[in-house]
Design a protein around this ligand. Sequence first.
Ligand code: GLN
Ligand code: ZN
Length: 756
Amino acid sequence: MSKNYVVGFPRIGEQRELKKVLELFWAKKVDFLEVEKVASELKSRHWNYQKDAGIDFIASNDFSLYDNMLDTAVMLGAIPQRFKGLRDEALYFSMARGNAETVAMEMTKWFNTNYHYIVPELSLSDVYALNATKVLDEYKEAKALGIRTKINLIGPITFLGLSKRIDRGETYELFRKILPVYEALLAEIAKLDDEITVQIDEPIFVKDIEPKVLSLIKPCYDALCAVSENIKIIVTTYFEHSKEATKVLVHTPIWGIGLDFLYGQKNLDSLELIAKSGKKLIAGVVDGRNIWKNDIAKTFDFLENITQKIEKENMIVASSCSLLHTPFTLKYEEKMDTEIKNWLSYAVEKLEEISLLCKVFFNEPLTDNDKETLQINKELNRQRQESTRIHNETVQNRVENFTKLERDGTFEERIKIQRVLLGYEDLATTTIGSFPQTPEVRKARADFKKGVITKTVYEREMKNYIDECVTFQEECGLDVLVHGEPERNDMVEYFGEQLDGYGFSQNGWVQSYGSRCVKPPFIYGDISRPKPMTIDWLTYAQSKTDKIMKGMLTGPVTILNWSFVRDDMLRGDVSKQIAVALSDEIDDLQKAGIKMIQVDEAAFKEGYPLREENIEGYEKWAVRDFKISVSTAYKETQIHTHMCYSEFNDIIRTIEAMDADVISIETARSGNELLKVFKEAGYKQEVGPGVYDIHSPRIPSVEEMVEQIQLLLEVLPKEQLWINPDCGLKTRKWEEVKPSLINMVEAVNQIRKTLI
Ligand code: GLN
Ligand code: ZN
């Protein structure tokens, strides 16, 4: 009996082998055969990990050399015109990354995770044709190793929902063209074996879906199920509940439905329907998005509860989503504190949990080893609940009784004082915080971390860099300066490292896109700030100039959204603790003479819930905590914030409610279109719409920025506008940054003359 299930497995490799070989290949240091060799070693190793752990349903086609949406586009023959003529890996990687002649396809966030997929480009004139090679080969590859996999596919409705039309119109209009290709694919799959399971991922079902999309579900799955009797179809959803879609799916001939019970509590409402339909329930109960050890006893109770509605034999114990979103294995965490390490579980460890849970749930005989593991699991979960490393009463009391929820004075009152005191002109020029992270800066940081250079040497290097930044900014004539952030490896990690309650991994890499991985820090306990985090660098920088030095912090919501967060507390409560710690930092900064402070909320929008019904709740604590973090600011202290995106239509009121004096945003690529919402909303605070796109290596000319600023002035008055690039400059080179900023200041000077 097959009773346990893994939705998908990470593919980057426990030592990031895939990343490494891909990058060597792209640098032309190895050939494609080498990439294929590493890929097949990884696939085989990953299948074996799952097999050895006793996993029944192991996926194939969850592997990818870059991204599964891209694989699906290739499988369907959905190749944008500009790549025609290319073949095989040259085609594949050009679509993913562009080449000398052709720009890459767009990339965007996979639901509310930190994984990014390639956005397929579709048009009515496309001719789709099946290319089943990858799907079929991976199955055969596993079978040759003695493993009969379930085949993972991205479902047609999700594929369309996440694609874009380049010829205007709706992607769903192409449903009738796409469906036959999926049918043809299933017909090929059916030839592989007498009985075969296909997992069709339809995470789009967890969003608020429109009736017209809902109406595609039945025809889609009726048709796919009709292809072959050899195939059992499981439709899998994750990250939220999929109640509306489940209601339809139970009336199709699919074999099973995968639901996420960790991030989709409301899926519990669908149990009766599923029971009535007699379909299998693939119960996602082991967290595929977080790193905490499962509490097996608790999960067992949860599963038992489900059996009140669904018969045990129709249940399968599963991960909540693909384990792609968790790091690989704890095996290499050699430096981590043992107590904390004992609370964690990465992908490989989660396999053991799923397998053990399944044994317990289905009353299978337990080995002595199993019994011991269960005992330890219970003990460690108890320890975690009680540990003083986690629970800090002083912090809890302070945060609970924190009453200063917003700063003094209305915006109108504050801005009047600030403009007199700070004395900046209309169209004040500034930057977003970071300057190029040169190899020397990176090396100094790394050497200091490794103990190769002393603190004194390190600080001298950083200060030299700050000096250079200040000198350049003064020469260039910027109005408000920044210190350049050389001491920061990452805008979240830098703060995490200085906060109590934060942990770090050595090898906790998670794929972000293609070969890119991130290593998010994790919040395990109550958060507090043992000492100031940025004062020394900022006061040093301020001492080097008579101009205003803008202090730079990362906001509470962004810190939260880019970390793994403890699961024993509400996210909003964790965020409040971070906010209180930041409010102390702001107070210290202003007392040390810093007059302007930017609190970056780059990930504010990323944290938005997938469902409308949860938005109000999120906005409530997200805005509250931004305001708490700046609540200590005097009326005189000007608070800036920065957000890395440009579409504010839905959230303009929320942004306004955050009550920052100035917000810089990313509108450079859209003229002034996206700014209009600020005008329409009657937005009063000051705004710095990026006047050039820092994501491309080109140097914008004075003329084009003059034009851009004129466009901005058509929408907002000069008193309300700041002029800045659209994001931090750390990924750029000085050769690009210097002339770009010189041109930007020159553009402002030209405009100012015309305004007198
Ligand atoms: N202050 C940060 C920087 O300039 C902001 C980064 C971001 O918006 N992602 O690098
Ligand atoms: Zn940004």
